[in-house]
Design a protein around this ligand. Structure first.
Ligand code: KIV
Ligand code: NA
Length: 263
């Protein structure tokens, strides 16, 4: 498939759904590139790849390393790199760090969590030729300050706030927005409130596209399945069975067979 651009993604709104998936390495990025419009190098890699309990401790250099790997594996796919917690505290710092991502990786855009309170900072980046994807609704980087992961839009205040967030980010020049963990009603309202594509995760079906974390949707992460995740593969089960089979064949001498042995 042809590589997306911010123009082709914006033209998709209302015409076709945008398909986004995370990846953290070249191998999976390459596999996903056949079907995904966008690959996100999410800071969720701090959990899925690094085994931490939340996203907060991943560093910019770690994000850059994984983004380089993903770009190596999927050179013809639109790649977005998450700006990690603490890398965008001021607009100057945010620009310096986003420029670093653009100079050291092949990423096509960066993603920044936050709404109205981040609009000025996002404008500073878009004014300086950084393509920015917004991220509103449930913000995993705020898990500690919010005291947990909480679905948004169930009360009128948060409902209105998140629509204002979407408008402010569009106004700041973001080319697209991820909306996470909101009621389907709010997902639909956010999507209608802006002219840029809105990509949902746990936001119902009426957004312009969907994003899932690869290890959730392919069933490699077993401990916990959020309600919004659909498992398209029982990855953990298949891998465990395969490695158990390997163990049995090594222990019994079935592997390696004649065909795996040099003459
Ligand atoms: O880090 C991530 O994987 C994300 C998606 C959940 C949108 O930000
Ligand atoms: Na993220």
């Amino acid at each position: 498939p042809k590589k997306e651009t911010i123009t082709s993604l914006q033209q998709a709104k209302g015409k076709r759904k945008i398909v986004m998936i995370t990846a953290y390495d070249a191998l999976f990025a390459s596999l996903f590139s056949e079907s995904a419009d966008i690959i996100l190098v999410g800071d969720s890699l701090n959990m899925s790849f690094n085994g931490k309990a939340d996203t907060l401790s991943v560093t910019l250099d770690q994000m850059i390393y994984h983004t380089q790997a993903v770009c190596n594996g999927a050179p013809n796919t639109f790649v977005v790199c998450d700006m990690p917690f603490g890398s965008t505290n001021t607009k100057e710092e945010a620009l310096t760090n986003a420029v670093k991502v653009f100079q050291q990786t092949g990423a096509d855009a960066v993603k920044i969590e936050g709404g109205c309170n981040r609009a000025e900072l996002i404008k500073h980046l878009t004014d300086n030729a950084i393509a920015v994807m917004g991220h509103i609704g449930l913000l995993p980087q705020s898990v500690r300050s919010e005291g947990g992961y909480k679905v948004k839009g169930r009360d009128e205040n948060s409902f209105e706030q998140i629509i204002e967030d979407a408008k402010a980010i569009e106004e700041a020049g973001a080319f697209a927005i991820v909306v996470e963990g909101v009621t389907p009603n709010l997902g639909a309202m956010v999507t209608q409130s802006v002219n840029i594509p809105v990509i949902g995760i746990g936001a119902g079906k009426l957004t312009d596209g969907q994003v899932l974390v690869w290890s959730d949707m392919l069933g490699f992460f077993e401990e916990f399945k959020p309600k919004f995740v659909k498992r398209y593969l029982e990855g953990a089960k298949l891998v465990k069975e395969a490695v158990k089979n390997y163990k049995q064949e090594v222990e019994s001498g079935v592997f390696p067979a004649e065909e795996h042995t040099y003459k």
